[in-house]
Write a protein that binds this ligand. Structure first.
Ligand code: GTP
Length: 300
C-alpha cells in the first residue's frame, strides 16, 4: 500500500517481473487491487496484493473493503515517497491501515519503505523520515514490535535488501534452511553459501556468516566481506539475466576463478539457485559443482 505514484508497481515489476528500472516510467496507475501469485520454494506461494493508491481506492479499502483487504495479512508493506509533499495525508492513511491491521491481522509484520531515495535532497532525509514513521506507528505510546523501515530505490540494490528481508519473514522454515546451508558450507570448505529464489533472485537464506577469517593465509581478510554483498549479487545477477534474455539466451550458471576467491552459482532446486564462495585456492570449482549436484536431493 501507499500513495499513488510512490512506486509500488515499479518495485513489483522490477522484482517479480524481471523488468528493468527504465521501463517503470511507462506504468499506468493501478486500478483497485492487482493480485500476483508467485510460486516461491515448491509449495510456498506468495500472494501479493498491489493496492492502487489513489484516494478513492484508499477510502474504499478502509471502509467497504476493509475486512477483505486486512484479513489474513502476512506482511503489510507501506511505501512512502521520500520527497512527497503530502506527508500528512500519507500518514493519516497509514495510521488508518495500521488500525485495520490491528483489527483483522494483529500478527502481521509491517515494513515501511521510504522509497525513491535516489531523489532524496539531503543525507539526513532517511533518518528523519524513519523517526517520523516510527512515531506514527505508535498507539497509546506503544510501538508495534514488528515495524521495520528501509530506504529503497529502484536504481540500486537497496530494493533487494528490503524485499529479501520481507520475503525472509514469510518463509516458515528459514532457520532450518540456514542450518542446512551452514553444514553444506562446511562440507565445501566455503566461506559462505547463499540460497536465492530463482525468478526474483531474492536471498532466501544464507549459511551462518563466517565467524573467523577464511582458513588460507593470504586470503582476503574477513573484515573485507561487504555488508551489502547479498543485495548487490541479487541486483547484478538480475541485470545479467536481463542481458541474456535480450540476446535470447537463458541464464544457467556462473563460475568465477580469481586469485583471491572462487565462486560457483548454479541451480540448486527447481525454484532456487545456490552461490558458493570459497577462499581456499586449492579447491576446484568442479568439486563445488559436484557437491551441489549431490546436495540437490536434500534441498528439493
Ligand atoms: P499507483 O498505481 O497509482 O498506486 O502508483 P504506484 O505507487 O504503483 O507508482 P508507480 O510504480 O506507477 O511509479 C510512479 C513513478 O515513480 C514511475 O514513473 C516510476 O518510474 C517512478 N519511480 C518508481 N520508483 C522509483 C525510484 O526508486 N526512484 C525514482 N526516481 N523514481 C521511481
Amino acid at each position: 500500500m501507499g500513495a499513488s505514484g510512490s512506486g509500488k508497481t515499479s518495485m513489483r515489476s522490477l522484482i517479480f517481473s524481471n523488468n528493468p528500472a527504465s521501463l517503470t516510467a511507462r506504468l499506468g496507475a493501478t486500478i483497485d487491487v492487482e493480485q500476483n501469485h508467485v510460486r516461491f520454494l515448491g509449495d510456498l506461494i506468495l500472494n501479493l496484493w498491489d493496492c492502487g493508491g489513489q484516494d478513492a481506492f484508499m477510502d474504499s479499502y478502509l471502509t467497504t473493503q476493509r475486512s477483505t483487504i486486512f484479513q489474513h495479512v502476512g506482511v503489510l508493506i507501506y511505501v512512502f515517497d521520500v520527497e512527497t509533499s503530502e506527508m500528512p495525508k500519507d500518514l493519516e492513511y497509514y495510521r488508518d491501515c495500521l488500525d485495520g491491521l490491528r483489527q483483522f491481522s494483529p500478527e502481521a509484520a509491517v515494513f515501511l519503505l521510504v522509497h525513491k531515495m535516489d531523489l532524496a535532497r539531503d543525507k539526513g532525509a532517511f533518518d528523519r523520515k524513519k523517526k517520523e514513521l516510527l512515531e506514527h506507528s505508535e498507539k497509546q505510546g506503544q510501538v508495534l514490535t514488528s515495524v521495520t523501515v528501509f530506504g529503497t530505490s529502484i536504481y540500486d540494490e537497496s530494493l533487494y535488501r528490503a524485499w529479501s528481508s520481507i520475503v525472509h519473514t514469510l518463509i516458515p522454515n528459514a532457520a532450518v534452511l540456514s542450518k542446512h546451508l551452514t553444514i553444506f558450507a562446511e562440507a565445501c570448505s566455503a566461506t559462505e553459501v547463499i540460497l536465492f529464489e530463482r525468478t526474483t533472485f531474492l536471498v532466501i537464506a544464507t549459511s551462518s556468516p563466517p565467524t573467523s577469517p577464511p582458513p588460507e593465509a593470504g586470503a582476503a581478510p574477513f573484515q573485507e566481506l561487504e555488508a551489502t554483498r547479498y543485495e548487490r549479487t541479487s541486483e547484478l545477477i538480475k541485470a545479467f539475466k536481463h542481458s541474456c534474455s535480450r540476446v535470447r539466451e537463458e541464464f544457467h550458471s556462473l563460475e568465477m576463478e580469481l586469485p583471491e576467491f572462487s565462486a560457483v552459482l548454479d541451480e540448486m532446486t527447481k525454484n532456487t539457485y545456490v552461490l558458493i564462495i570459497v577462499h581456499d585456492p586449492t579447491i576446484e570449482t568442479a568439486a563445488l559443482k559436484l557437491n551441489i549436484r549431490m546436495a540437490r536431493r536434500k534441498f528439493e
